[in-house]
Design a protein around this ligand. Structure first.
Ligand SMILES: NC(=O)c1ccc[n+]([C@@H]2O[C@H](COP(=O)([O-])OP(=O)(O)OC[C@H]3O[C@@H](n4cnc5c(N)ncnc54)[C@H](O)[C@@H]3O)[C@@H](O)[C@H]2O)c1
Length: 303
């Protein structure tokens, strides 16, 4: 049994708690959040322990697996600490808020032989798995990705790295995965279509991105933090005499629901795959995606 702890207990942290209870090879032993009232109520709900002092938990050698689901602005602190104690790490996306110390952290993961997973869970969602299987047999020309959230909170966006690192992370990764290549060129229009409340906080509310992959596939993306209709996510794929789209394979009743409902099972599948495997999961893909996010952000800043 792999004894574990979840750090950060909002919606996504609680989903991880449920997965750890559901998996046969893990037990949920601790939860930790800087909001101690929340820690207490979650520990009661999931019948596990908590502490006001994170050091007390990390020092317990029997607690091997830590899931980081606190704001992205805190990831670097926890990753460094967990590496020191040689823990197994599942880190919510993105790995870091920016790439300043990305190389150092990557080297430290390698040097200390840390088992690490980047939570790119969309790859494990049923509808994405279905779409990927179909695309493996097709010649893709254009991928259109649309992700609009219903009135997203600005402070939440900035603590999690802003539009490109927070929202973009899943979709830049999915574009490379579905398009079977890496970016070659990118055009980003964002400042002129973003709202002032986001711009004032050095963030962006909207973006239109055109990305050409090295194999010639064109990826068109639309991101928005303010969508009157609710949450919207779809991927349309065009090829020679062929068209398909993600939402064709999705559960129709969840189409406008947020990630915690529409993609709930994918967190479990991603964690299961990580623990069933001896190796890291999606670390290289996560590192590449960090670089794509940074490039998109720098283009948004100058255009
Ligand atoms: N994979 C996905 O689809 C997905 C979806 C949502 C969020 N996320 C990621 O999960 C992480 C958390 O996002 P969120 O939107 O839940 O953030 P959030 O700001 O709501 O915070 C999550 C929780 O962390 C707690 N917290 C704050 N500082 C802390 C600290 N220093 N130590 C421990 N706990 C702390 C907060 O009290 C809160 O309960 C981010 O990295 C985000 O990008 C991923």
């Amino acid at each position: 049994m792999i004894k574990s702890c979840v750090i950060g207990l909002s919606k996504v942290g609680k989903i991880h708690c449920e997965s750890l209870l559901k998996l046969k090879k893990t037990s949920l032993n601790y939860v930790f959040d800087t909001n101690h009232e929340l820690s207490k109520s979650v520990s009661k709900k999931f019948k596990c322990k908590t502490s006001k002092n994170f050091d007390e938990i990390i020092k317990k050698s029997e607690i091997k697996l830590f899931i980081i689901s606190s704001p992205t602005s805190t990831h670097e602190y926890y990753i460094k600490k967990l590496i020191k104690y040689k823990k197994i790490i599942y880190c919510e996306k993105p790995i870091l808020k920016n790439n300043k110390n990305l190389k150092k952290i990557h080297n430290s993961i390698k040097k200390n032989k840390i088992k690490f997973c980047v939570g790119l869970n969309r790859r494990f969602a049923e509808e994405y798995v279905h779409l990927k299987k179909i695309l493996n047999r097709k010649r893709v020309k254009i991928i259109q990705i649309i992700s609009k959230s219903a009135n997203h909170n600005i402070n939440l966006s900035t603590r999690n790295g802003g539009l490109f690192f927070d929202k973009g992370f899943h979709f830049f990764d999915l574009a490379c995965w579905l398009g079977k290549s890496k970016p070659h060129q990118m055009i980003v229009i964002s400042r002129s279509i973003s709202s002032n409340d986001f711009l004032k906080k050095n963030d962006f509310s909207d973006a239109i991105i055109n990305m050409k992959l090295k194999n010639g596939v064109n990826v068109e993306m639309i991101f928005s933090r303010k969508n009157r209709e609710g949450n919207l996510e779809n991927v349309k794929v065009y090829g020679d005499k062929f068209f398909t789209e993600l939402n064709k394979y999705a559960d129709k009743k969840n189409l406008y629901k947020d990630f915690s409902i529409r993609y709930k099972n994918s967190y479990f599948e991603c964690l299961k795959k990580f623990l069933d495997n001896k190796k890291n999961l999606l670390l290289e893909e996560g590192l590449l995606t960090q670089k794509i996010c940074a490039e998109a952000l720098s283009k948004a800043n100058i255009q």
